[in-house]
Design a protein around this ligand. Sequence first.
Ligand code: TMP
Length: 210
Amino acid sequence: MKGKFITFEGPEGAGKTSVLEVLMKEVNNNNNMDAVFTREPGGIRISEKIREVILNKEHTEMDSRTEALLYAAARRQHLVERVIPAIETGQIVFCDRFIDSSLAYQGYARGLGINEVLSINEFAINGLMPDLTFYFKIDPKVGLQRISKSSVREKNRLDLEDLTFHQKVQEGYEKVINMFPERIVVIDAEKSLEEVVEEVKKELKKVISF
Ligand code: TMP
């Protein structure tokens, strides 16, 4: 029996990580569901090391193509070690960010080209696209205000970018949603955490028993 691969996308401060924490608690209390919660870049040893290299605030000289390749490399290793084995044994994989982040951030906001970044990622993922993706839609200004108020979240190199960059990330995501409308479900992330969780669960019930 094959499992499912479900990804969560959105700009900074959209709240996807908080929603995933709530879902994880509920899923852990539900004995009928065998699930894995993970994140990108990271999730396993090698990819967490690549994450440190990419997001280190001191690495201001990093070239955009290098950045795109490092995300793709972290993605490959995480798929091979964590995602593919779980799906093959019938588990549901919930992943905080995946390929759409690269298309929006590196492809569009960094200006490398969505199709160019898609092609290096096609090499990395070798055909494994998510079954379902949630896009957490939020005004970038509201998202940035949320992260500036958060005391638990440590600022990374991409957080140091200005509002214009984050507005481009949002435009990039809109283009990506138009490329994959059958896979991506848009969630209004400006609503309360409880409302967003309910909305996500309603959509999840269409593809898994939950
Ligand atoms: P996080 O804050 O959601 O953990 O993600 C780390 C940062 O990395 C965030 O600013 C988004 C960015 N990112 C990309 O630019 N491209 C990617 O492919 C991924 C997975 C994340």
